[in-house]
Design a protein around this ligand. Structure first.
Ligand code: SF4
Length: 216
């Protein structure tokens, strides 16, 4: 019987749309920069992420990142599939400097693809320099995620943009390039220029593939 080779990437979901490839990891296990508020709000610890098939898949993905050939395998797959946009993690985070550097190799070897992702690992001093290297690549759009426990950094490295997760109704939202909101506050009106359209009232049908704000 022919051996079935499982791909590393999946194509599309309800948030990003159907034109973006994703790679995901288990939440918490891969999140050294997590904060109490993002841990509490994390969508990747709820609902479909609790299904055994999803738990198994994300754990398998994590194990693949420990393979020294991970970057080479990902590069081959991106080229073979002709990916134009890759979201680095629909769930999970850049858990170590070595793992960030694997993505530096991948993005450098795939200039035709645009890579984007959000990370709280900027709160981990040993990972921050590698993140700056990743953010400096022309085809990478890296977002530093902040919340009421992780303040917006005073100095934002070149190539990085900042997003903020609102988890409290009345919290003061600091200056950020983009605001995400937990579900229960998505009906609240804030200026549309800063809120992710899919977290805004009446805009739930917007997906990343059509919006593109985080990818451009
Ligand atoms: S702002 Fe646009 S691209 Fe960014 S997460 Fe929201 S829908 Fe996606």
């Amino acid at each position: 019987m022919a051996k079935v080779v499982r791909g590393l990437l999946t194509l599309g979901n309800g948030k990003v749309g159907q034109s973006i490839h994703l790679f995901s990891l288990p939440a918490l296990l891969s999140c050294p920069g997590r904060s109490p508020s993002c841990t509490e709000a994390c969508y990747a610890r709820k609902s479909r992420y609790l299904l055994p098939a999803v738990v198994e898949r994300l754990r398998w993905n994590y194990d693949q990142t420990l393979d020294p050939a991970f970057a080479a395998r990902m590069i081959r797959e991106i080229r073979k599939k002709g990916c134009l946009a890759v979201r680095i993690h629909g769930a999970g985070d850049l858990y170590s400097a070595d793992y960030v550097n694997a993505w530096v190799r991948i993005a450098s070897a795939c200039p035709a693809a645009r890579f984007y992702g959000y990370t709280r690992s900027h709160a981990v001093p040993e990972i921050l320099p590698a993140l700056c290297g990743l953010a400096g690549l022309k085809n990478v759009r890296l977002w530093f995620s902040c919340d009421r426990d992780i303040p917006v950094p005073e100095t934002v490295p070149e190539g990085v943009r900042v997003c903020y997760l609102q988890t409290e109704e009345q919290e003061a939202i600091p200056k950020a390039d983009l605001v995400f909101r937990v579900k229960r506050y998505r009906r609240q009106r804030l200026p549309l220029t800063v809120v992710c359209p899919s977290d805004s009232p009446g805009k739930r049908e917007v997906v990343c593939g059509s919006c593109q704000r985080c990818i451009k």
